[in-house]
Design a protein around this ligand. Structure first.
Ligand code: GLC
Length: 512
């Protein structure tokens, strides 16, 4: 079947948090060679590309989201040669490579900031957002930083505040300055020239700011400024980024647009001239309930559809508790795999979800992240030996729960495991144009606990997806005929669907 959609619409992207993927040199921190070593896991699984969380030189105040040099690799992860090998070997396997580009802020150790803070007249002063204290003293406005405290830090040497929407070690760049834009474009070209296929753009909705820097509304400031920054200034910047990517040929951008309203997120696709894709976080925060998911799907279709904006779906990432932990049961994690891989849009998987990993419980003395997100960043167990396939028994964070029985090797030996379920679903999606590219219509099957939809594209049988989100009783659904192609609860289930779903079961049916 021809793949006539753009690759970023038909792909499934696998997020790797490199610190936690696999360590090959014994320092307890995952590295690029560890990613390269396990590329065959990705091809066996059947994903189409990988996104690497940041690997650039960094003091690691925010574990790499504080970049000190956009055009190099931090020694803890390897070097440029290791990155070139990884890109080359991924491409040899047909895997696309996305890097994580952090445009809103640099590290305070970046040479630009070091230069900017030397004096008020420094040549690079305007790379960042410096302001005088408010009349009467104190920060210039009431914006709150994402990890707590004011979004402004006073610089004694020059007597002004600088803005940081995250940590004080992450000063915000001033994108209104064309020199910043040009310098940041150069960093994209650097990686494009090395062959990367695209970028995940970190909190990209923050780059345009209201030049008047008005206070956030008092009743919302506890949210921090991050989800409140929704500004027209961002859009011309995105259009120029899109031109750069289009001119480089088939490169794509997926934006972390951290706004909690899908209608607002839709604006960042522009008129197909801004971001190719945007993450859509409201579904990630939705509970495991059929009514909640029906409304998430309805809103996503209604709010992105009219623009022709292609949706994305994500249940877990390095910033939030894993969905296996949030939803609470293996049954729900298995059914969620069916949901994630059959919705209309590009799915993003977070390394370890195919193992059904839960968040680790981190003892207080081992918490290292300023945002307390360590639990979802526990290392990936590759086998059931004491080192779990790492070069050390003692990685930077503790192993996740059940690391032995949920290691990649163990689950590969069990064709009924969640790992094989992901593989089966990825294959089903790859071979079905209806699932990859078809329309989505929500169905009423006469039971409120069952989320049901129909996917349909020309030239392929329609698929019906039924997700039973209650775990207590079996249920009977009405008007759903077809052959079972996949069941989350009964691995061998095939043949004509009899209208009955086990507790927590999700199925894909090939409509007759
Ligand atoms: C994004 C990243 C998060 C990081 C923050 C600041 O939300 O996903 O990990 O802390 O941006 O860069």
């Amino acid at each position: 079947m021809p793949f006539d959609e753009p690759w970023w619409k038909s792909s499934v992207i696998y997020q790797i948090y490199p610190r936690s993927f696999c360590d090959t040199d014994g320092d307890g921190i995952g590295d690029l060679d560890g990613v390269r070593r396990h590329l065959d896991h990705l091809t066996w699984l059947g994903v189409d590309g990988l996104w690497l969380s940041p690997v650039f030189p960094s003091p690691m105040a925010d574990f790499g989201y504080d970049v000190a040099d956009y055009c190099d690799v931090d020694p803890v992860f390897g070097d440029l040669a290791a990155m070139d090998s990884l890109i080359g070997e991924a491409h040899d396997r047909g895997l696309r490579v996305l890097l994580d580009w952090v445009p809103n802020h640099t590290s305070d150790r970046h040479p630009w900031f070091q230069a900017a803070r030397t004096s008020r007249d420094a040549a690079l002063r305007d790379f960042y957002m410096w302001r005088d204290p408010a009349p009467g003293g104190g920060p210039p406005n009431n914006w709150r930083a994402a990890f707590g405290g004011d979004a402004w830090t006073f610089d004694d040497a020059t007597g002004q505040y600088y803005l940081h929407c995250f940590l004080p070690e992450q000063p915000d760049l001033q994108w209104a300055n064309p020199e910043v834009e040009a310098a940041m474009h150069d960093t994209l070209r650097f990686w494009i020239d090395r062959g990367v296929d695209g970028f995940r753009m970190d909190v990209i909705h923050l780059i345009g700011k209201d030049p008047a820097l008005p206070d956030d509304p008092d009743d919302l400031v506890e949210l921090t400024h991050v989800p409140l920054n929704h500004r027209p200034e961002t859009h011309p910047l995105l259009r120029r980024l899109r031109t750069l990517l289009d001119d480089a040929g088939d490169r794509m951008a997926v934006g972390e647009v951290y706004l909690l309203d899908t209608a607002q997120v839709a604006e960042y696709y522009g008129d197909d001239d801004e971001l190719h894709l945007c993450f859509n976080f409201p579904p990630l925060f939705a509970p495991w309930s059929a009514s909640a998911w029906r409304s998430q799907i309805r809103r996503t279709e209604a709010e992105l559809g009219p623009r022709g904006a292609w949706p994305t779906w994500v249940l877990s990432n390095h910033d939030n508790r894993r969905h296996r932990t949030r939803y609470g049961t293996d049954a729900a994690a298995r059914a969620a795999a069916v949901l994630l891989l059959t919705l209309r849009g590009t799915p993003f998987l977070y390394a370890g979800e195919e193992l059904g990993l839960q968040d680790g419980t981190i003892a207080p003395d081992r918490v290292v992240d300023p945002g307390g997100r360590d639990g979802c960043r526990c290392p990936i167990p590759w086998d059931d030996s004491p080192t779990h396939g790492w070069a050390t028994e003692d990685p930077w964070l503790p192993w996740p729960p059940e690391a032995d029985v949920r290691s990649v090797d163990r689950l590969r030996q069990d064709p009924e495991s969640i790992l094989w379920l992901y593989r089966e679903l990825l294959a089903l999606r790859r071979h079905s144009r209806s699932l990859r590219a078809g329309t989505l219509e929500l169905l009423d099957v006469g039971n409120d606990d069952v989320l049901a939809y129909r996917r349909q594209a020309d030239g392929d049988a329609a698929r019906l997806v039924l997700v039973h989100m209650a775990t207590t009783d079996e249920v009977r659904v009405a008007g759903c005929a077809g052959e079972v192609e996949c069941s989350s609860a009964v691995p061998g289930r095939r043949g004509a669907f009899d209208g009955v779903l086990a507790p927590g079961e999700a199925v894909v049916l090939r409509a007759g």
